[in-house]
Write a protein that binds this ligand. Structure first.
Ligand code: 13P
Length: 256
């Protein structure tokens, strides 16, 4: 048995109005709101954080944002700071998602600033890495993931590193219905843990959760979650309905 409690996080991406988000959050809390055997985090869009915060208040469910700016405040039109998120009872923040990297040009260096700012403000980063299909086919998966991990986590201290959650999301598996095989996923997860061991030492690396993301569904989750280095999931499509999301939470609990 591992020392790591499994974590299931729902990345709602650009879906759900404030009212829809509150309704979904209530549906999830009514079933899983008091669970402590699995950590459950929902990440609605910024505009729904406040209504979702009200829906999860007093439950075990945790609230995450999907992005943030590294600066404290200032002339950054359209951006949101760590302090603003904290004021809405947000505890986690997804950083470096592949959609941010590819569609919005986020670099490893910029993501690194966000990781450091999140940790400084007591927000737990859900730090995403993963290769594209071209990179996998070129045999460059581990090299790409290594560069993302090393650059993204530069300057993070050992004592802060335990707060980080890493998400391995092969870009070719996101929203495509193509899931990585358990062997492909476990190989990269074990490799990420070896990188974390080099950076932060074995004790800390054993405590860091590494989530898998990319077409995770109730049908494929049990096998993925049974792998020794897969500590949960970062779920897109299947997190938009209470039923499938709750099935994933149940699968995570059963995978202990
Ligand atoms: P899907 O589960 O829709 O493939 O999305 C995964 C993802 O990008 C979660 O961050």
């Amino acid at each position: 048995m591992t020392i790591r409690n499994k974590l299931i996080a729902g990345n709602w991406k650009m879906n759900k109005t404030s009212a829809d988000a509150a309704a979904l959050a209530r549906d999830i809390t009514s079933v899983a709101g008091q669970r402590t055997d699995v950590e459950v985090v929902i990440c609605p869009p910024f505009t729904a954080l406040e209504s979702a915060a009200q829906a999860v208040a007093g439950t075990q469910l945790r609230l995450g944002a999907q992005n943030m700016h590294p600066e404290k405040s200032g002339a950054f039109t359209g951006e949101i700071s760590a302090e603003m998120l904290r004021a809405l009872f947000v505890s986690h923040v997804i950083l470096g998602h592949s959609e941010r990297r590819t569609l919005f040009g986020e670099t490893d260096g910029f993501i690194n600033l966000k990781v450091l700012a999140a940790l400084k403000n007591q927000l737990r980063p859900i730090f995403c890495v993963g290769e594209t299909l071209t990179e996998r086919e070129a045999g460059a998966t581990l090299k790409v993931v290594q560069a993302q991990v090393e650059r993204g986590l530069e300057g993070v201290g050992r004592e802060q590193a335990v707060e980080i959650v890493v998400a391995y999301e092969p870009v070719w598996a996101i929203g495509t219905g193509k899931v990585a095989t358990t062997a492909q996923a476990q190989e990269v997860h074990a490799f990420i843990r070896s990188l974390l061991t080099k950076l932060f030492g074995d004790v800390v690396a054993q405590k860091i959760r590494i989530l898998y993301g990319g077409s995770m569904k109730p049908a494929n989750a049990p096998e993925l979650l049974a792998q020794p280095d897969i500590d949960g999931g970062l779920i897109g499509g299947a997190s938009l309905e209470a039923r499938s999301f709750l099935e994933l939470v149940t699968a995570a609990a059963a995978a202990k």
